[in-house]
Design a binder for this molecule. Structure first.
Ligand code: ZN
Length: 101
């Protein structure tokens, strides 16, 4: 193995050659280089947490409404959903802007 290691090269899963991760396919065997890309869970987790935020706000609205004014629980629930949606929208916008940097 006289080939220099490092420089961000990745090993081809098919033939073991050191290949630039920017390459679309292995220059030695032509195998498409898609194996070494890690799954990006941050986007999925971000979406999940935003949906969770809406449910938490809606739940808080229902609990709050049932404690203080049971006749208007639906109003508190809708208010919680709207509040959660606004917060989730701000969070998604912030995450999008942060990702562009
Ligand atoms: Zn290869």
């Amino acid at each position: 193995m006289a080939a220099p290691q490092g420089l961000g090269l990745v090993a081809c899963a098919a033939c073991g050659s050191q290949v630039s991760p920017a390459a679309k396919a292995c220059p030695s065997c032509g195998d498409p280089l898609k194996v070494s890309t890690p799954v990006d869970w941050s986007g999925l987790w971000g979406s999940f947490s935003l949906v969770l935020l809406i449910f938490v706000c809606a739940g808080a609205g229902v609990v709050f409404g049932s404690l203080f004014s049971p006749d208007y629980v639906i109003v508190y629930a809708v208010g919680g959903i709207v509040t959660g949606g606004v917060l989730a929208g701000i969070g998604a916008l912030a995450a999008t802007l942060r990702g562009r940097q």
